[in-house]
Ligand binder design. Structure first.
Ligand code: ZN
Ligand code: ZN
Length: 414
């Protein structure tokens, strides 16, 4: 067998023509930011949108079948799109070629009121019909953010079979989404043969969004063909690591009001008939409660092929804690983020691997102490829900050290 190498890939993002995305979400900025993040591969997203498709063809060079490269930054791209079906379930397509994009677009346009309304295409087809169309054009397809309470497979259906019916065998992957991880999803028996993907679904190119979840693939070379082999677990190619949010940081982890974000236990929400007792807003069922409903096992049972799942948080959020706030976009935070990434190569290296002393030299002792506290899981995770992200907090004892004893004592943590 040929020698394999590890490449990091984020296969689900949205470009600037999708709703609620940053106007900085353009190919060259994505390519540049991906490099800083340590990603070799990005899914283009939105490839069925004509303007986005034009941008892809203009800015990228084809280097192998279905594989496109940014000439300046070297970031590679595969063609992807998220499509919403008639039950409002979201599916991720991975496409083999530019001509497949054009053919698929023609087919789907027959079932859409307006394909160009949004980067995320919306069509009046069922999930099995979408699989049929996808496979006819050589695409791989699977459910996006499969547990979220708005537009996901498990929001709408109680099983993968109920969603995809007789085309279930064509589903080779499932996207976990920010609010779930392998430990949760492997409590569901029917998913044991499915490859899990951890993708960012980023709407802006900044490092707390792009690549906030990604996959590490073992491939012979960085191409579309090899990525498909890895998802299908052929010839030794595979996902070797899923890297993603601590699911509690996702915005739908807990059942919560979608208006005021008050969180509820499942029984409470049921008793209130999913209406918030504070503001009458709609309570959205959290991924945690949904997985508990679906689970066949009280504890995860990982199949032998399942890779490890590394729980992370955006580095900028960890850095922000050192300044006593949670604004990952504050200038002083971004400045230190840049210095750290420059020094250690990419964000994951800083979060997971870099020596704490080295972090302190670049970004000071407070930041180093926060990184160390993150690694040792001393930071408190305040779970998200109802559409609001979770966040990290410094536990009171750590704050006391910071405020009362100054930096010298803080070094006991660093
Ligand atoms: Zn989606
Ligand atoms: Zn409310």
């Amino acid at each position: 067998m040929s020698e394999l190498f590890v490449y990091s890939a984020d296969l689900h993002i949205h470009g600037c023509y999708s709703g609620a995305t940053s106007n900085r979400m353009v190919i060259s900025t994505i390519a540049q930011q991906a490099k800083l993040k340590g990603l070799s591969f990005i899914g283009t997203g939105d490839v069925l949108h004509p303007k986005w498709f034009e941008g892809i063809k203009a800015d990228l060079t084809e280097v192998a079948e279905g594989t496109y490269e940014h000439p300046r930054y070297g970031t590679r791209f595969v063609l992807t799109v998220e499509v919403e079906d008639k039950r409002r379930v979201h599916h991720l397509f991975i496409l083999p070629s530019l001509s497949a994009v054009e053919d698929l677009r023609k087919d789907l346009a027959k079932h859409s009121i307006d394909m160009d309304a949004d980067g995320r295409a919306r069509v009046e087809l069922s999930a099995p019909e979408l699989v049929e169309t996808a496979t006819a054009h050589g695409c791989l397809i699977g459910p996006c953010h499969a547990f979220t309470p708005w537009t996901s497979m498990y929001k709408e259906f109680d099983s993968i079979r109920a969603c995809y019916e007789d085309r279930t065998r064509d589903i080779k992957f499932l996207e976990l989404g920010l609010s779930a991880d392998t430990f949760m999803a492997d409590r569901i028996r029917e998913l044991s043969d499915v490859t899990f993907l951890s993708n960012s679904d980023a709407h802006s190119p900044w490092p707390d969004k792009l690549g906030r979840e990604f996959n590490r693939f073992a491939l012979a070379e960085p191409t579309y063909e090899e990525i498909i082999k890895a998802i299908e677990r052929r010839n030794g190619r595979k996902v070797v690591l899923n890297v993603g949010f601590d699911p509690r940081l996702g915005k739908y982890h807990r059942s919560a009001c979608s208006r005021c974000f008050k969180q509820f236990k499942l029984e409470e929400a049921k008793m209130l008939e999913w209406r918030c007792d504070k503001c009458r807003g709609l309570i959205k069922k959290g991924v945690w409660d949904r997985v508990n409903e679906l689970a066949d096992y009280p504890e995860p049972r990982h199949p032998p092929h399942r890779p490890n799942y590394l729980r992370i948080a955006p580095l900028a959020e960890v850095v922000a804690l050192a300044f006593g706030h949670t604004d990952a976009h504050a200038p002083e935070v971004q400045d230190l983020w840049g210095k750290l990434v420059n020094r250690f190569g990419n964000e994951i290296a800083v979060l997971i691997d870099a020596p704490i002393d080295g972090v302190a030299q670049v970004a000071g002792r407070r930041v180093a102490a926060m990184v160390k506290a993150f690694r040792e899981q001393q930071l408190r995770v305040m779970p998200g829900g109802g559409g609001r992200y979770g966040h990290l907090e410094v536990p009171p004892d750590l704050v006391e050290v910071r405020e009362n004893s100054g930096q010298k004592t803080l070094m006991e943590f660093g």
